[in-house]
Design a protein around this ligand. Structure first.
Ligand SMILES: Cc1ncc(COP(=O)(O)O)c(C=O)c1O
Length: 393
């Protein structure tokens, strides 16, 4: 018999989309895949070479649990230079991807039955990780007029004596919304006054198209004390498969995370850590180049969306997704339980375009499309979506 903790875990929508895409591809069908949440770029050359050199030098033995010392020093330099944050290396823990950093953090801070506030729409794994760790996800509804960002009032309405943590994803997957300094300051004040930690998932920090990005911990000393910043190189450096993420937190939390990681995985792959070190140290031009390409894609995709009748979406200031409203098509699509799944299945079957149903992010009246792909691909995808909408309208 399997563990009870699996009974409430929802199967991954993205995995079922991928298997459907593979089935269709094996029939020779050309699929436009706009469901992907990973960069279509390669790891910068200098970073790759650093990994290759480390292997040639046989740097393949066990090392420090919280990560290579010089990598953590480089992360501290980045936090100082880019976020005006002072951290020492014993406040940084490098893990196997941001997802692992999030899991470590929740393990370090919570007891069973503790509540974790999760604004909706959310990144797919937050509720599932929360439940796997025997905590309770408390979903906070957000409003379209506020670009689906939460306010301090929303926190006040949803917190209880069991609330331990809130997850703030900025810039957001799936909406691309970016919090302003004022919005974050209000959230910090409420959280600090009510002993609520902030898990600030800033994995899309670099992919931000306005000047607004502010790291939560940098707001003031109180913010720094209650915030565990999650970041990594998967998105900014196209290193998804190399699995490097990290946390920056106060020393007590960092020590707890280190203890947990030490028993579960020791440390992330050393080769990946050498690659991450070089990526942080000397690949900022490559990163800037990728971001400017994402920005031009964002402009293009929004221009195209603006020209399509009957389409409403969140204008993304960050990340590489657009979150599109399909609630107005409710009457035109047959569905039993989920509008967005029915929409996505029909779009894939009839027009061969793959997108992610909003229900995966907790909002069934939306779909998410990714522009982490070549512009000719997403423009073709959008044309097909337009034809699909025209057909069912
Ligand atoms: C908001 C968010 N956080 C965390 C992650 C996980 O990142 P990693 O691949 O570094 O584990 C993702 C990946 O899609 C994400 O979108």
């Amino acid at each position: 018999m399997l563990s009870n903790r699996l009974s409430d875990i929802t199967p991954s929508y993205t995995i079922s989309i991928s298997s459907k895409i593979n089935d269709l591809k094996s029939l020779g069908i050309n699929i436009i895949d706009l469901s992907i949440g990973e960069p279509d770029f390669n790891v910068p050359r200098k970073a790759k070479l650093s990994g290759i050199n480390s292997l040639n030098e046989n740097l393949t033995k066990y090392d420090l649990v919280p990560g290579l010392k010089h990598l953590r020093e480089e992360i501290c330099k980045k936090l100082k230079l880019e976020n005006d944050l002072d951290y020492s290396i014993d406040e940084i823990v490098v893990s196997s991807g941001a997802k692992h950093s999030i899991t470590n953090t929740i393990l370090a801070l919570t007891n069973p039955e503790d509540e974790i506030l999760i604004p909706t729409p959310y990144w797919v794994s937050y509720p599932q990780i929360t439940k796997l760790l025997n905590c309770r996800p408390i979903f906070i509804e957000t409003k379209k007029v506020n670009n689906f960002k939460i306010t301090s009032d929303d926190i006040l309405k949803n917190m209880t004596s069991k609330t331990k943590l809130i997850i703030i994803n900025n810039p957001s997957n799936p909406t691309g919304s970016v919090y302003t300094k004022k919005e974050l300051s209000e959230i910090v004040e409420i959280c600090y006054n009510n002993n609520i930690y902030i898990l600030a998932d800033e994995i899309y920090e670099k992919i931000c198209y306005n000047e607004n990005f502010v790291s939560v911990a940098s707001l003031n000393e109180n913010a720094k004390f209650i915030t565990i910043t999650i970041n990594g190189l998967s998105k900014s450096c196209a290193m998804t498969g190399l699995r490097i993420g990290y946390t920056a937190s106060n020393k007590t939390i960092a020590k707890a995370i280190t203890t947990i990681q030490g028993h579960l995985v020791s440390h992330p792959s050393l080769t990946s850590q050498y690659i991450a070190y070089e990526a942080l140290k000397s690949c900022s031009d490559d990163i800037d180049n990728m971001v400017s390409i994402y920005k031009s894609r964002r402009d293009l995709i929004c221009k195209k969306l603006n020209s399509i009748n009957n389409i409403d979406y969140i204008y993304p200031d960050g990340a590489f997704y657009t979150f599109i409203y399909i609630g107005n098509l409710k009457r035109n699509i047959k569905y039993d339980t989920s509008l967005s799944i029915a929409f996505c299945n029909k779009l894939l079957d009839d027009y061969h375009v793959a997108v992610v149903p909003g229900i995966a992010f907790g909002m069934d009246e939306y779909i998410r499309i990714s522009f982490a792909c070549n512009e000719s691909i997403f423009l073709e995808g959008l044309s097909r979506i337009e034809n699909f909408i025209n057909e069912i309208n």
